[in-house]
Design a protein around this ligand. Structure first.
Ligand code: GRF
Length: 221
Protein backbone atom coordinates (compact mmCIF):
# COMPACT_ATOMS: atom_id res chain seq x y z
CA UNK A 1 0.00 0.00 0.00
CA UNK A 2 1.31 3.45 -0.81
CA UNK A 3 0.00 6.60 0.75
CA UNK A 4 0.78 10.28 0.81
CA UNK A 5 -0.43 12.01 3.94
CA UNK A 6 -0.93 15.44 2.48
CA UNK A 7 -3.79 14.98 0.05
CA UNK A 8 -4.59 17.86 -2.26
CA UNK A 9 -7.77 19.42 -0.97
CA UNK A 10 -9.14 22.43 -2.86
CA UNK A 11 -8.28 25.66 -1.12
CA UNK A 12 -5.65 24.17 1.15
CA UNK A 13 -2.22 25.67 1.40
CA UNK A 14 0.27 23.15 0.04
CA UNK A 15 2.47 21.49 2.64
CA UNK A 16 0.17 21.97 5.60
CA UNK A 17 -1.33 18.68 6.69
CA UNK A 18 -4.59 18.55 8.58
CA UNK A 19 -4.55 16.46 11.78
CA UNK A 20 -7.58 15.16 13.64
CA UNK A 21 -6.48 13.89 17.07
CA UNK A 22 -8.58 11.38 19.02
CA UNK A 23 -8.31 11.25 22.82
CA UNK A 24 -9.90 9.51 25.80
CA UNK A 25 -7.96 10.87 28.75
CA UNK A 26 -5.48 13.42 29.97
CA UNK A 27 -4.31 14.44 26.49
CA UNK A 28 -0.65 15.13 27.23
CA UNK A 29 0.33 13.69 23.83
CA UNK A 30 -2.18 16.05 22.22
CA UNK A 31 -0.70 18.92 24.25
CA UNK A 32 2.78 18.08 22.99
CA UNK A 33 1.51 18.32 19.41
CA UNK A 34 -0.32 21.59 20.10
CA UNK A 35 2.69 23.14 21.86
CA UNK A 36 5.15 22.11 19.16
CA UNK A 37 2.94 23.42 16.36
CA UNK A 38 2.33 26.68 18.25
CA UNK A 39 6.07 27.16 18.76
CA UNK A 40 7.30 26.05 15.34
CA UNK A 41 4.35 27.29 13.30
CA UNK A 42 2.15 24.95 11.25
CA UNK A 43 4.10 25.60 8.05
CA UNK A 44 7.45 24.66 9.57
CA UNK A 45 6.01 21.67 11.43
CA UNK A 46 4.10 20.54 8.36
CA UNK A 47 0.68 20.08 9.93
CA UNK A 48 -1.92 21.64 12.17
CA UNK A 49 -4.51 20.15 14.54
CA UNK A 50 -7.86 20.99 12.94
CA UNK A 51 -10.07 19.08 15.40
CA UNK A 52 -9.97 16.89 18.48
CA UNK A 53 -12.45 14.06 18.96
CA UNK A 54 -13.23 11.93 22.00
CA UNK A 55 -15.32 8.94 22.98
CA UNK A 56 -16.35 10.56 26.28
CA UNK A 57 -17.18 13.94 27.79
CA UNK A 58 -15.44 15.79 30.59
CA UNK A 59 -11.84 14.77 29.95
CA UNK A 60 -8.76 16.92 30.17
CA UNK A 61 -7.90 16.09 26.56
CA UNK A 62 -11.00 17.99 25.38
CA UNK A 63 -10.29 20.86 27.77
CA UNK A 64 -6.79 21.17 26.33
CA UNK A 65 -8.23 21.43 22.81
CA UNK A 66 -10.77 24.04 23.91
CA UNK A 67 -8.08 26.13 25.59
CA UNK A 68 -6.10 26.02 22.34
CA UNK A 69 -9.16 27.13 20.36
CA UNK A 70 -9.36 23.82 18.44
CA UNK A 71 -12.86 22.53 17.55
CA UNK A 72 -13.92 19.38 19.42
CA UNK A 73 -16.48 16.64 19.00
CA UNK A 74 -17.62 13.72 21.16
CA UNK A 75 -18.86 10.42 19.78
CA UNK A 76 -19.96 8.03 22.53
CA UNK A 77 -20.61 4.34 21.91
CA UNK A 78 -23.58 4.41 24.25
CA UNK A 79 -25.39 7.01 22.13
CA UNK A 80 -25.59 4.52 19.23
CA UNK A 81 -27.68 1.37 18.84
CA UNK A 82 -24.76 -0.74 17.65
CA UNK A 83 -20.99 -0.60 17.53
CA UNK A 84 -21.21 -0.35 13.72
CA UNK A 85 -23.42 2.74 13.97
CA UNK A 86 -20.94 4.28 16.39
CA UNK A 87 -18.10 3.52 13.98
CA UNK A 88 -20.01 5.11 11.10
CA UNK A 89 -20.76 8.21 13.19
CA UNK A 90 -17.12 8.51 14.29
CA UNK A 91 -16.01 8.14 10.68
CA UNK A 92 -18.32 10.96 9.57
CA UNK A 93 -17.34 13.21 12.48
CA UNK A 94 -13.66 12.81 11.64
CA UNK A 95 -14.18 13.03 7.85
CA UNK A 96 -16.03 16.35 8.30
CA UNK A 97 -12.64 17.89 9.17
CA UNK A 98 -10.96 16.51 6.01
CA UNK A 99 -7.87 15.16 7.77
CA UNK A 100 -4.71 14.04 6.06
CA UNK A 101 -3.69 12.09 9.16
CA UNK A 102 -5.77 10.91 12.11
CA UNK A 103 -3.82 10.49 15.36
CA UNK A 104 -5.01 8.22 18.15
CA UNK A 105 -3.33 9.79 21.18
CA UNK A 106 -4.60 7.71 24.07
CA UNK A 107 -7.93 6.97 22.32
CA UNK A 108 -9.17 3.88 24.14
CA UNK A 109 -11.50 2.46 21.52
CA UNK A 110 -11.00 -0.03 18.70
CA UNK A 111 -12.37 1.50 15.50
CA UNK A 112 -14.39 -0.58 13.04
CA UNK A 113 -14.43 -1.45 9.35
CA UNK A 114 -15.90 1.78 8.05
CA UNK A 115 -13.35 3.92 9.88
CA UNK A 116 -10.47 1.82 8.56
CA UNK A 117 -11.90 1.80 5.04
CA UNK A 118 -11.82 5.62 5.11
CA UNK A 119 -8.65 6.26 7.10
CA UNK A 120 -6.57 3.10 6.79
CA UNK A 121 -2.96 3.94 5.96
CA UNK A 122 -3.27 7.38 7.55
CA UNK A 123 -4.46 6.49 11.06
CA UNK A 124 -1.56 6.64 13.53
CA UNK A 125 -1.63 5.25 17.08
CA UNK A 126 0.77 5.47 19.98
CA UNK A 127 1.06 2.51 22.33
CA UNK A 128 2.95 2.43 25.66
CA UNK A 129 4.93 -0.79 25.07
CA UNK A 130 7.38 -2.21 22.54
CA UNK A 131 5.04 -3.95 20.07
CA UNK A 132 4.47 -6.71 19.17
CA UNK A 133 4.90 -7.39 22.90
CA UNK A 134 2.11 -6.33 25.23
CA UNK A 135 -0.64 -5.04 22.94
CA UNK A 136 -4.01 -3.97 24.33
CA UNK A 137 -5.23 -1.63 27.00
CA UNK A 138 -2.72 -2.62 29.72
CA UNK A 139 0.62 -2.54 27.95
CA UNK A 140 2.55 -0.96 30.84
CA UNK A 141 1.11 -3.25 33.50
CA UNK A 142 1.50 -6.37 31.36
CA UNK A 143 5.15 -5.62 30.54
CA UNK A 144 5.90 -5.05 34.23
CA UNK A 145 4.10 -8.24 35.27
CA UNK A 146 6.10 -10.21 32.69
CA UNK A 147 9.32 -8.96 34.26
CA UNK A 148 10.87 -7.17 31.27
CA UNK A 149 13.92 -4.99 31.97
CA UNK A 150 13.26 -2.65 29.05
CA UNK A 151 9.96 -1.48 27.64
CA UNK A 152 8.92 1.69 25.84
CA UNK A 153 6.47 2.98 23.27
CA UNK A 154 5.51 2.31 19.67
CA UNK A 155 4.03 4.67 17.10
CA UNK A 156 2.34 2.65 14.37
CA UNK A 157 -0.33 2.69 11.72
CA UNK A 158 -3.61 1.12 12.78
CA UNK A 159 -4.90 -1.97 10.98
CA UNK A 160 -7.82 -4.26 11.84
CA UNK A 161 -6.01 -5.98 14.70
CA UNK A 162 -5.29 -4.71 18.21
CA UNK A 163 -1.98 -2.79 18.03
CA UNK A 164 -0.81 -4.96 15.10
CA UNK A 165 -0.30 -2.41 12.29
CA UNK A 166 3.00 -1.44 10.64
CA UNK A 167 5.47 0.11 13.07
CA UNK A 168 6.75 3.61 12.32
CA UNK A 169 9.03 4.25 15.31
CA UNK A 170 9.80 3.00 18.80
CA UNK A 171 11.38 4.43 21.93
CA UNK A 172 13.01 2.46 24.74
CA UNK A 173 12.63 2.98 28.50
CA UNK A 174 14.44 0.98 31.21
CA UNK A 175 12.43 -0.64 33.95
CA UNK A 176 13.63 0.13 37.50
CA UNK A 177 13.24 -2.22 40.47
CA UNK A 178 11.02 0.31 42.25
CA UNK A 179 8.58 0.36 39.30
CA UNK A 180 7.02 -2.80 40.74
CA UNK A 181 5.98 -0.92 43.87
CA UNK A 182 3.42 1.49 42.39
CA UNK A 183 1.80 -0.76 39.81
CA UNK A 184 3.58 0.94 36.93
CA UNK A 185 2.44 4.55 37.39
CA UNK A 186 5.97 6.02 37.49
CA UNK A 187 7.07 3.77 34.63
CA UNK A 188 4.12 4.92 32.52
CA UNK A 189 5.06 8.55 33.21
CA UNK A 190 8.65 7.89 32.03
CA UNK A 191 7.29 6.12 28.95
CA UNK A 192 5.00 9.06 28.21
CA UNK A 193 7.94 11.49 28.27
CA UNK A 194 9.57 9.46 25.48
CA UNK A 195 6.25 8.83 23.75
CA UNK A 196 5.34 12.53 23.45
CA UNK A 197 8.66 13.38 21.80
CA UNK A 198 8.40 10.36 19.48
CA UNK A 199 4.82 11.10 18.42
CA UNK A 200 5.55 14.76 17.70
CA UNK A 201 8.63 13.80 15.69
CA UNK A 202 6.89 11.04 13.71
CA UNK A 203 3.73 12.98 12.86
CA UNK A 204 5.78 15.97 11.71
CA UNK A 205 8.00 13.82 9.51
CA UNK A 206 5.03 11.97 7.97
CA UNK A 207 3.31 15.25 7.20
CA UNK A 208 6.38 17.09 5.89
CA UNK A 209 8.01 14.32 3.90
CA UNK A 210 5.27 11.93 2.84
CA UNK A 211 5.62 8.17 3.31
CA UNK A 212 4.98 4.74 1.86
CA UNK A 213 3.79 1.60 3.60
CA UNK A 214 5.47 -1.46 2.03
CA UNK A 215 3.98 -4.48 3.73
CA UNK A 216 5.10 -4.11 7.33
CA UNK A 217 7.71 -1.49 6.56
CA UNK A 218 7.02 2.22 6.76
CA UNK A 219 9.33 4.38 4.65
CA UNK A 220 9.30 8.08 5.40
CA UNK A 221 10.55 9.88 2.31
C1 GRF B 1 -0.40 7.04 26.39
O1 GRF B 1 0.61 6.39 27.12
C2 GRF B 1 -0.94 6.16 25.30
O2 GRF B 1 0.01 5.37 24.69
C3 GRF B 1 -1.89 5.29 26.10
O3 GRF B 1 -2.52 6.20 26.97
C4 GRF B 1 -1.63 7.27 27.24
C5 GRF B 1 -2.34 8.55 26.88
O4 GRF B 1 -1.79 9.63 27.55
N1 GRF B 1 -2.77 4.57 25.25
P1 GRF B 1 -2.32 11.12 27.31
O5 GRF B 1 -3.84 11.08 27.36
O6 GRF B 1 -1.81 11.57 25.98
O7 GRF B 1 -1.74 11.91 28.45
Amino acid sequence: MAAKPVAPVPGRRPGTGRLVVLVSGSGTNLQALLDTIAEAGADAYGAEVVAVGADREGIEGLARAERAGVPTFVCRVRDHATREEWDAALTEAVAAHEPDLVVSAGFMKIVGKEFLARFGGRFVNTHPALLPSFPGAHGVRDALAYGVRVTGCTVHFVDDGVDTGPIIAQGVVEVRDEDHEDGGAALHERIKEVERRLLVDVVGRLARNGYRIEGRKVVIQ
